[in-house]
Design a protein around this ligand. Structure first.
Ligand code: T4K
Length: 378
């Protein structure tokens, strides 16, 4: 087995050269404008709209993805009556998805996932709908699209809001269109650990442009004019330095995705035919749609919990720090142990999954060596 000299982490943030970032900073110094809807942020938003082929009036930037979720939940009325609105979501995700719901006073209910994509299914969600259900929050886990048509139909049938946690899905396209065009709204995380980042950051895309004004108010303390504030808002504005980093990342997004695709293919080749480790597939067709993947994560499934734990620990001895995204299930975390809904497939996945290192600077020879280490451990 190869032991690496330097730790190989599950991910590394993309950074432009220091010279480039310093040069770009001059603009901010000249503007003397650091936050509160500054000129760099406004330009970044336009560039994002252009990249996503969406209207800039359907995009809002935030300080992070979690607050973007909280704010859109509030804007869509999931916060009232407090502790009475049920929202169907998945326990197989990062804890922020449920936290954002609880922090606005909504009650999460857990639906089970599809064993291939590990995304929540409309069938499982439908069984949990009650009179209290007001919304569905599926997660495009690892950037895999959910069953978009299935959720659209479900939302329509029961008159529910549909908000996607698309934290992992920046750059994913469905029939050539951004995945952010689906549902009432989608949230993309621009955290440093993501494929695409602005140090910290979050983006909401939404169907109705009327939402933009409300989102802008809510992320700015719900101030509605110089002398009025109409509700309990917060501070969730993205600053100019983050927007600048976002612009730098956007210039290389195609390269970032291309490299992750090469990493994914390298793992796929190494694990092909193995009965002990399975890389989650990235099919070009899903639910009848053409999918352009972003290869944000490289999750593999082992046959059982003990094997996953052994591989996770043994890899660390070779200086490789894979992560158990997403283990434990959210329903095992203290605030969510009493959440309604049974999710045996999600539980199995959580016990068997490991996300392997992938990032722009990871050499393919190193990917082969990591895969070889996994196979030798098995
Ligand atoms: N919904 C979903 C489905 C999400 O996955 C997330 C966030 C959210 C919502 C919320 O979005 P944000 O509010 O975060 O925008 C990380 C991230 O902090 C979190 O953003 C992300 N999901 C989650 C999946 O992963 P940790 O606790 O694993 O981070 P940490 O510090 O252990 O870092 C992971 C690896 O990256 C380590 O090996 C170290 C390395 N790293 C990290 C940072 C920050 C670096 O090399 N450089 C760095 O600057 O949560």
């Amino acid at each position: 087995m190869k032991t690496f000299d330097q730790p190989i982490l599950v991910t590394r943030p993309y950074l432009p050269s220091l010279e480039t970032y310093k040069e770009r900073l001059a603009e901010v110094w000249e503007n003397q404008w650091l936050t509160n809807n500054g000129p760099v942020l406004r330009r970044f938003s336009e560039k994002l709209a252009n990249y996503l082929e969406m209207d800039n009036g359907q995009l809002s930037l935030f300080v992070n993805g979690t607050l973007a979720l909280e704010i859109v939940f509030q804007a869509l009325g999931l916060n009232e009556p407090k502790d009475e609105v049920e929202v169907i979501t998945t326990p197989f995700t990062f804890v922020a998805t449920s936290h954002a719901l609880r922090r606005v006073g909504a009650v999460p209910v857990y639906a089970d996932v599809n064993s291939d994509t590990l995304c929540m299914t409309p069938e499982s969600a439908e069984k949990l709908i009650t009179e209290k259900t007001k919304a569905i929050v599926p997660v495009h886990v690892y950037g895999h699209p959910c069953d978009l048509d299935g959720f659209e139909a479900l939302a329509k049938k029961y008159d529910l809001r549909l908000i996607y946690d698309a934290a992992h899905a920046f750059g994913v396209k469905v029939d050539g269109q951004s995945i952010g065009t689906y549902g009432d709204a989608s949230m993309f995380s621009f955290h440093s650990t993501k494929l695409f980042h602005s140090v910290e950051g979050g983006l909401l895309t939404y169907r109705k442009p009327e939402l933009k004004k409300r989102l802008s108010q809510l992320k700015n303390f719900a101030i509605t004019s110089e002398t009025s504030c109409d509700s309990v808002g917060t501070n969730a504005k993205m600053n100019e330095l983050s927007a600048l980093m976002g612009e730098c990342s956007l210039e290389v997004i195609d390269d970032l995705i291309a490299h992750r695709k090469a990493v994914w293919e390298t793992y796929a080749e190494a694990f092909e035919g193995s009965k002990k480790v399975k890389l989650l597939a990235r099919p070009e067709k899903m639910y009848g749609h053409d999918i352009t993947h972003n290869y944000a994560y490289c999750p593999v499934l082992f046959n059982d919990f003990e094997t996953r734990e052994r591989v996770y620990a043994e890899l660390q001895k070779t200086n490789v720090f894979a992560r158990r995204y997403f283990y434990p299930l959210l329903s095992d975390f203290e605030p969510y142990t009493t959440v309604r809904g049974k999710t045996p497939i999600a539980r199995q996945a959580s016990e068997r999954v490991l996300t392997l290192p992938t990032y722009h600077g990871l050499a393919l020879d190193d990917v082969r060596a990591i895969a070889q280490n996994v196979l030798e451990i098995l």
